[in-house]
Structure formats: C-alpha cells, structure tokens
Design a protein around this ligand. Structure first.
Ligand code: SAM
Length: 484
C-alpha cells in the first residue's frame, strides 16, 4: 500500500523506529560505493531549497533566489538549480512512483535527505540532458552527508535508471496510478472531477506540469509599441498576449537583468492576473479599493485605469509586504498603500488626493482574496503537495469573512470583483452563491466592454480561466454590481 501523500523531502533525521529498507546489515555484503565527489553548488542549492517542498507558506522561488544569491551561483548554475527545483517539485509524485518500482520498500520510508538525493538524481537521469555519472555520483555524495548507510541504495537504483531509463509504473492501479502519472495528489483529482471530465482533468494536470510563459505589461507612461521596440532591440522575442490588452509574452535571454527591466519599462504579471484587474472595469476618475493588494500587480493596472483624476487605496495586512507595496506605488500620487487588516472593513480617516470629500464608499472594490492558490501551480509547483482539503475549507471561510467586511464599501451602482487564483468549487461558485443569498442588493454584472472578447474566458457568468484552455494561470473572478 502506498502513502496517499507523496514522501517527505524535509531534512529530518530518521527516527530510530523508522524502518530503513535496504539498510546494510552485517549479514549482507557491503554495497558498492560510488567514488567521492564534491556536490556542485547548483545541486547543493536545489537540495537545500527542496527541504521546503511539502510544508510551510513560503513559495520555493523566493527561497531559491536567496539561496542562489547566498551561494553566489553563476547564471548557468542558477538556471540548473532552477530547473532542478521546479522540475523535481512538479514531478515529485511521479518520480517517487517510478523509484518505487526499483526499491524494495516505499521511497517514503527513506529519510527525507535520502528521498531528495535519489529523486534529484532520478530527475536528472530521466528528464534532463546531464552526464549520468554526474547525476549518480552527486546524489550519492548528497546521501553521504547525512545518511551514509543509504549510499549503496542510491548508487544501485540510480545506476539501474542510468542503464535502463525510467521504469514503467506497474505497481499502482486506479486513482493511485492516475495520481502518479499526472503528478498531482489524489484529492486534487477527485475535487477536479466534480466539475471537469477525466480528459479535462488530465489536460489541466499536464498544463500545470509545463513551465509558465513570461507575460509582461508596460509600466504606466510606456506604450506597448515602444516597449516592444525596446525589448526587440535587446534580442527578445515578443509576442502579443492572446487575451489581455497591451500585454506581451516574452522570450528573453536575461529578462530581469535587461536594461529595459532595470529602466522600469515593464513588469511581469501573468495574463490571467491582468484580466482580473480589467474585469473590475475601473474608469478614469474612479475611486477604487484594492483590498488584498500585495505584491501589487493588479494595483498598478488599477492606477493606470483610474488615471491622475482617480484614487486607488491599496491595503495589505502583512507589514513587510505593505512596505514593498508602498514602494511600488510611490511614483503615483493618486495611489495610497496602507498596512491594514481588511477583516475590519475599509480603513478609516482616508483623504483622497486634493482633499476632495470622501463619504467612505468606493466606485469599485477588488477583493483578490487569499486562497488555496491551486491555479498557480505552473509557477509554484510545490503548492499541490502542501494543500489538503481542510485548507480549502479554511480558505473558503476566510474568503467569506473578508467579503462580509468589504462588500458594503461599494457605492450603490458601483462594482465589486471577487477573485481567487484557484478553482475549487468551495472557494469560487460556493462562496459567490452564499454571498448573493446574504446580500440581495448585489447581482451579477456583465464584464466591461465588448462581450465577444470576454466570451471565451467566461463560465457561468464568471471569468474562469486555466493553463490548459487559456495558457494563463488559473483564476476565477466574478463581477458584481450593488443595486441599492
Ligand atoms: C492573492 S494575494 C493578492 C495579490 C495581489 N492582488 C496582486 O495582484 O498582486 C492576497 C494578499 O492578501 C493579503 N491578505 C490576507 N489577508 C488579508 C487581510 N485580512 N487584509 C488585507 N490583506 C490581506 C495577503 O497577505 C496577500 O498578500
């Protein structure tokens, strides 16, 4: 019987009572050992970052950036570490199932440091173009650091993979097999099957396992055509985004060290995220509350939409994130970034620019709520392994509470967008049904502008987009109008 959750890569010491499959004993011949080699900095960084794969709130990408900086990785090593962290995180479930074909017992029963070492080696041997001896020897070396007794197992299994390739999955059946093939947890598959066909679920899982494109927007004051020219002059391939106005997909050799980025011509934002901000339909002169605003991508789009005659109040509960948001919005006099808990309603004592009167109600409110984030697993593949159905329930409760706190801050005739970067029914349609029951003064509103443009993006009256159908991150967003 295999564990319903994939094995844990955290660097715990093995418990004394934990069975150690294949552990050498006096009655067995000593296993063949690989020659000692140093672990290269990229693999060391990948191993350190992957300790956080299954637990915690912090996304792996920022940890990777800080560990790479600390290790002073070259560009080449940084790319290798990134590929290892993201690739292993995406395929963790599948890679473990493949290794189980070659181990006497479940890989989950190995200590976490050995799990990481063997999975890292297996990924390099089967999904990358890496010399086999480097993949095998460095994994054995990683094992040696904390669990030298397991070096023989890692060496034997990885040498078999190097010779024979990835094993076929013969030990699993039914939904365990599907979960391993798609490298998504079983509960996620069951939840998806409530609203999608099996073929759609498979397509979504495969899309989640592919890297996300880099989509970008010009900063206010730079036109899309000028931005495009600047990027092409740097050798980038620039393709207009499919859905969001003024956005591009970018294929750039060094996007974040490019002169265009350093000069503040553009910022990165998933196309789906851009569509959510557009859905609010904020107009020049509007007063807008961006309730859960950090890191601020949507705030920037709202700042642009309302223009200098408007006002954007962007709130964020976390101190550090609020400070970063303040810095990001600092160039715009008509935007205010505040550390504030939206659970207490709108911030009080606000004064719009120019001292104009403000009665406390906004023309438009965006609640881009904290959520299970299962729509962004292309960028943050670890999310799928950390979430549980209980997390989804908790997130839905929190979303409902936030909605109760903010909903009546919209003026009569104004709009509220509720959005999440996930697609669980609990956090999307079920929250909105409850909201509409509780507030008869709200009703569903059409998206702003040309309905034909939005039609392929809408389902059941809400923006509903995903990596498989739209090549965007997964978002759900509904636009509501306050009638009275
Ligand atoms: C989905 S993210 C927002 C992304 C943002 N709208 C953007 O486009 O860049 C949710 C944010 O809400 C913040 N948050 C969570 N609870 C909050 C609360 N009670 N009040 C204000 N912000 C909150 C989180 O810290 C997180 O930064």
């Amino acid at each position: 019987m295999h564990s319903p959750r994939p094995p844990h890569p955290r660097a715990d010491r093995p418990r004394a009572d934990r069975p150690r499959p294949d552990r050498p004993r006096a009655d067995r011949p000593a296993p063949e050992r690989a020659p000692a080699v140093a672990v290269t900095p990229a693999r060391h960084v990948a191993d350190v970052v992957l300790r956080g794969l299954l637990e915690g709130d912090a996304f792996l990408q920022p940890t990777l950036a800080s560990e790479a900086a600390r290790a002073q990785l070259s560009d080449l090593d940084r790319r290798l570490a990134t590929e290892l962290v993201l690739g292993v995180s995406r395929l963790w479930g599948r890679l473990c199932a493949e290794l189980n074909e070659l181990l006497r017992e479940d890989v989950a029963k190995l200590p976490p440091d050995v799990q990481r070492a063997i999975v890292l080696g297996h990924y390099q041997l089967t999904r990358m173009d890496i010399p086999p001896h480097a993949a095998v020897n460095e994994s054995v070396e990683l094992t040696k650091r904390a669990s030298p007794w397991a070096m023989g197992i890692v060496n034997r299994v990885l040498k078999t993979v190097a010779e024979e390739g990835a094993p076929a999955l013969t030990k699993l059946k039914g939904d365990e097999l599907l979960s391993a093939e798609l490298s998504h947890p079983r509960w996620w598959i069951r939840s998806q099957l409530r609203t999608r066909s099996l073929e759609e679920v498979k397509a979504l899982a495969h899309a989640n396992n592919r890297p996300a494109p880099l989509s970008v927007r010009p900063h206010l004051g730079h036109t899309p055509s000028a931005l495009r020219a600047a990027l092409e002059a740097e050798g980038a391939t620039v393709t207009p985004a499919r859905w969001a106005a003024g956005a591009f997909y970018l294929d750039h050799p060094h996007p974040f060290s490019a002169p265009s980025f350093r000069a503040g011509l553009w910022y990165a934002q998933d196309e789906g995220s851009q569509l959510v901000a557009e859905l609010l339909g904020a107009r020049p002169g509007d007063r807008v509350w961006d309730v859960c605003a950090a890191p601020g991508g949507k705030s920037l789009a709202l700042v642009e939409a309302v223009g200098e005659g408007g006002w954007v109040v962007a709130t964020e509960v976390h101190e550090r994130k609020a400070a970063d948001l303040r810095e990001r919005l600092a160039p715009y006099a008509w935007a205010a970034a505040l550390q504030h808990d939206a659970g207490a309603g709108a911030p009080e004592g606000l004064t719009p620019p120019g001292g104009r009167p403000f009665a406390g109600e906004f023309d438009a409110v965006l609640l881009d709520a904290p959520c299970s984030a299962l729509g962004v697993v292309r960028r943050h593949p670890e999310v799928r392994w950390r979430r549980t159905p209980a997390d989804v329930q908790r997130a839905a409760k929190r979303q409902m509470a936030l909605l109760h706190s903010v909903v009546l801050s919209v003026r009569v005739g104004g709009h509220l967008v509720y959005s999440v970067c996930t697609d669980t029914p609990e956090e999307t349609t079920e929250v909105v049904s409850q909201l509409l029951l509780a507030y008869p003064e709200l009703s569903l509103a059409a998206p702003p502008g040309d309905p034909a443009r939005w039609a392929p993006l809408m389902r059941g009256g809400a923006l509903s987009i995903n990596p498989a159908e739209h090549n965007t991150d997964g978002f759900y967003a509904v636009r509501l109008v306050r009638m009275r």
